[in-house]
Design a binder for this molecule. Structure first.
Ligand code: FES
Length: 115
């Protein structure tokens, strides 16, 4: 499924977060209307994903806000799935064989916006 197929999917140019949000927190979680998303800092730069775990389509932070592992991976609070933050690929537990749905990003001034 492509991010643009979700209700309230943001158009190109829509701000998703300020650069300082992910530089200080590592991950930024929010929603635009009914569209849940997250932006995470990675060694290759920020990545954005729809904040729905493909295992059961629940938000990664449904049970706890702590979804950024010490190793920089994204953790799903529902069933301990684990995702590579750079690629979105599932790397542990029920996340294996799954992939987070990416949202294209580009910098614009002090913000990261939908590309
Ligand atoms: S909903 Fe994410 S691992 Fe089950």
């Amino acid at each position: 499924m492509h991010y643009s197929e979700f209700p309230d999917a943001p158009a190109s140019g829509t701000p998703l977060c300020a650069d300082r949000d992910i530089r200080t927190q590592g991950v930024f979680v929010a929603a635009i209307g009914a569209f849940p998303y997250l932006v995470v800092q990675t060694p290759q730069g920020p990545r954005a994903y729809v904040n729905l775990c493909p295992h059961r389509f629940l938000p990664l932070d449904h049970r706890t806000e702590g979804i950024l592992g010490a190793d920089g991976a994204l953790l799903c609070s529902n069933h301990d799935g684990k995702f590579d933050a750079t690629s979105g690929a599932g790397i542990k537990g029920p996340a294996l064989g799954c992939r987070l749905i990416p949202v294209p990003l580009r910098p614009e001034g002090e913000n990261w916006v939908v590309a």
